[in-house]
Ligand binder design. Sequence first.
Ligand code: GAL
Length: 514
Amino acid sequence: MRKFLTVAVLLAILVAAVPASLVGAAAPLGQGEDYTVQADDWLSKLADKFYGDVNAYWAIMSATNKANAEDPSYTKIENPDAIEVGAKLRIPSNDDAVAFMADFDPAEGDVSKLFASGAGGQLLVGNWWTSGGEFAGVNEVYKIYRQEYPDVELIHAGLAGGAGVNFKAANLNKLIAGDPYDTFQLHAGLEAELYDPETFLQPVDDILEEAGVLDVMPEDLKSLLKIRGNTYTVPLNIHRGNVMWTNTKVLADAGIEKAPETFDEFFAVCEDLKSKGVVPLGMGIADGFELAHTFEVVLAGTVGAEKDKGLWNGSVSWTDPEVATALENFSKVLDCTNDDRGTVGWVGGIDLVINDQAAFNIMGDWAYGEVIAKGALDRVTWNSPPGNQGMFFLVSDGFAITKDAPNPENARNFVKIITRKDAQENFNMNKGSICARTDCDYGVFPEDRRAYFESSAADFAVDAIIPMVTHGSGAIPSWQDQFGQIATQFASDRDVAAAQAALVLAAEDAGFPQ
Ligand code: GAL
């Protein structure tokens, strides 16, 4: 089985109908009883054993979670891929399993049925925060919520896939199907357009107003939030999209004294490291957003902040010769990466730096969340990617409330917590981002990591701020998609002229004659 709510990915391929084997199964030993997880058990294997059907693990998950609500000696299963040895499960009777599966449609992302409901109902939180650092961050917000609303069953509906690559489509499907989460993660800015906000989302202007948060919200962020006069996103953080994570030990062992700043320096260091058998730039591209992300950073590093902004606002044409130079630089950057980059995602990319297997990784500072979660603060430091000095790629995560939220009051209380300084500090010190408010005190962050947050906040105050396209803030969703496809195609064919022509067309499609 793959990761939970990876569940929702699986959801799409699982059958909703009750499997024949389940209906007809004779009750083997253990049905209707408790079961303690042994080494080498996993839920679908148990479902196969008890019901002759691997998909019936949903029924075990639901029964165990409902038992847990009454008796905490049962294990609460939030992630069916990670059940621990010794966990106490409730194995429902065959009839109960049949009844559950008859009513449960995994293709609909029916997560609410997998959990108990508290006296205060449920709170379904849709998001894509499933990596170690990502979950550590959001879990801090959950802790506050659970403490203040103990009667509500909060459900972390996390669907794996960095930058929301899987989540966004699944979420949109749920909205259209009339089966929305109560609240869900989205990027501040134009990403809200994806969800037809007037139809599917609730404006949150009153919540931001009452929380007094607008007085302390950075102007660059505030200006991204309004869509046709309304705000639909309660922001939680500001990530920096353009960081080059550097393993100081790998560099020192290779006799390299300082991280490169320009492309020329970077390519020279790259050759040097390669000749010593070291991977210069660790990269994972399997999530699907990483190539676009890297190209966006290389593009700005090549053309400079002003021209980069111009490309996205229509004042500079994509026929500009420096766009071709950027593509050439991108191609050379890709030649500095590990050959197996297609087999891992963004987490695998930063892991290469964390595990001393590569010198650098270009990624947003959610990668710092992994560095923190994996205890690598002693060896991983940060630099600007080539040519990116003085630029800050703004990526901001927030939460929206759905118009037909099944638990609207719970959703409002959740986003109210998100506006708060204590919630943002606790979240961000694990996530790698700075607060979406200017009054957070990074001096209270743990000493081993506070320097990064202080430097990010200091840079945010003075750098050129560039809303990042690959993370929903810098362009309309269709342009973002096309840009991503072009970067991906280019990474395999390396055809500069074709990629530039496609970039020109994409800008025209987005309404900017070239
Ligand atoms: C970004 C998001 C971050 C981080 C990253 C990788 O789009 O803003 O919070 O989660 O994706 O998933």
